[in-house]
Structure formats: C-alpha cells, structure tokens
Design a protein around this ligand. Structure first.
Ligand code: CTP
Ligand code: MG
Length: 227
C-alpha cells in the first residue's frame, strides 16, 4: 500500500540536553534525522515525505537533504509550539492522498515490514498504530503510594508510526484545533471522534532518541545491524 509520511522534526530536544535540536546529533557519523529519512527514502511504497521544521533550521535541513540525496521531500512546513501543531501544519499543506503515516523523526530504527503492516491496516480499517507490550509490572501510583497493580496483558507502550486514512486524520486534526484539544499522539485525536484505532505489534528497537542514554542504545542497535 502506497503512503505519504509526515515527520515532525521541529522540536528542541530539551530532555537530550545537547543545546541543539537532538535530530542533528550523530549516530555512526550520520545525523539522527538522516537515519530516519533514509528508511522512507528507500521504501518504494513511500511516495512523499513532509518534514515539519523550525524556520531557523530550514536552510540547514535543506542542506542535509541535498548532501544525503534525500529526494522524496515534498515540503518543509513550519512546525508549531507543540508536536501536534507541527503535524497539523504538514497535513494542511498536503494534497489528498489515501494513506498518511505520522512518524517521529527521532525514531530512526523503524523498519519497512512494520511500516507496510501499518499502511495495510490503515487502508483496511482506517487507523493503525505501532506499539509493543509492556514488559515490566505496571502499577498505578498516587502520592508515592501504590493504588493498584494494573493488568499488564492489556497494556501497550505506543510508538510511531501511526497510520491513517488521510481524510480521517485531517478531520481529527481540524476538530482538535477547533476545540483546542491537545493530544500526546495522533491516535488520541482519532479516538475522540469515536473511530477505532488498531494496534500493529512493533519491536523494542523502535526507540525514540529522547535522553542521552538512548544514544547508547542507538549505537548498539546500529552496530548489531552492521554485523
Ligand atoms: N516535534 C515537533 N514540534 C514540536 C515538538 C516536537 O516537530 N513542537 C518533533 C520532534 O522534533 C521529534 C518528535 O516531534 O522528532 C517527537 O518529539 P520529542 O521526542 O518530544 O522531541 P523534542 O520535543 O524535540 O524533545 P523534548 O520534548 O525533550 O524537548
Ligand atoms: Mg517534546
């Protein structure tokens, strides 16, 4: 199933504490952003990439795209204050496509088989997101005290990509903007419309580069893949 992808890249990487957008940090001598872009550049089912960027970083990012021969980028819209705003600014500039994926630019280890399963599931069912089963015992805590142990079987840790029929995500984003609802992922906006969102089991390798130790995991994943 063909798709276009939205990559929000307009964050500031505060938790990484690198003093710059974390997406410019290098893993194996290549920026995190390029690792992520190359997955979609090399996926023949991906027909276009939309990258939400900060205005002051647009020129630098354009230089990276040229240098690493990333040719599928159709637009670099200006991102917003929150990730949701950045995604929405891309959706607003996109022409009608059938399937759209939203994927954090900070998750460079996503693989083509998972992308393909998500795009197929979104085509069949409207909305599908990547996730992995919780590994640890999960408890609800209030003011430092356990309230309950939550049944782990029903708990999933949600990642991106999140895949949707384009008109469904567009409607969900428009409604959220209108009523001032801010979600932590795209699925929340679609759930609010009463639409079912399906899960596609992903892998624990699809980590988001968020804090310094994630870079160590990232280097380890890359060296394992190179063996
Ligand atoms: N993002 C974005 N626009 C924002 C905030 C985040 O496009 N206003 C992007 C980031 O660039 C990243 C993805 O959304 O690719 C996931 O966000 P996160 O991991 O939280 O990155 P940052 O917001 O940059 O990091 P932090 O929250 O630590 O500041
Ligand atoms: Mg953030």
């Amino acid at each position: 199933m063909q798709y276009e992808v939205v990559l929000p890249a307009a964050g500031s990487g505060k938790r990484m504490g690198a003093g710059q957008n974390k997406l410019f940090l290098l893993l194996n001598e290549k920026p995190i952003l390029i690792h992520t872009l190359e997955v979609f550049q090399h996926d023949e089912k991906c027909t276009g990439i939309w990258l939400a960027v900060k205005p002051e970083e647009r020129e630098y990012i354009q230089g990276l795209l040229d240098r690493y021969r990333i040719t599928k980028v159709k637009g670099l819209p200006t991102g917003g204050q929150e990730r949701q705003h950045s995604v929405h600014s891309c959706i607003k500039e996109m022409k009608q496509v059938e399937i759209v994926l939203v994927h954090d630019a900070a998750r460079p280890f996503i693989t083509k088989p998972i992308i393909a399963r998500l795009a197929e599931a979104a085509h069949e069912k409207g909305a599908a997101i990547a996730g992995v089963k919780a590994k640890d015992t999960m408890k609800k805590v209030s003011e430092g005290v356990i309230v309950e142990t939550v049944d782990r079987e029903s708990l999933w840790m949600i990642q991106t990509p999140q895949a949707f029929r384009f008109d469904l995500l567009q409607q969900a984003e428009d409604v959220a903007e209108k009523i001032g609802f801010l979600g932590t992922d795209e699925a929340m906006l679609v759930e609010r419309l009463g639409h079912q969102v399906h899960i596609v089991e992903s892998t624990y390798e699809n980590v988001k580069m968020t804090t310094k130790e994630d870079l160590i995991f990232g280097e380890a994943i890359l060296s394992k893949r190179c063996q």
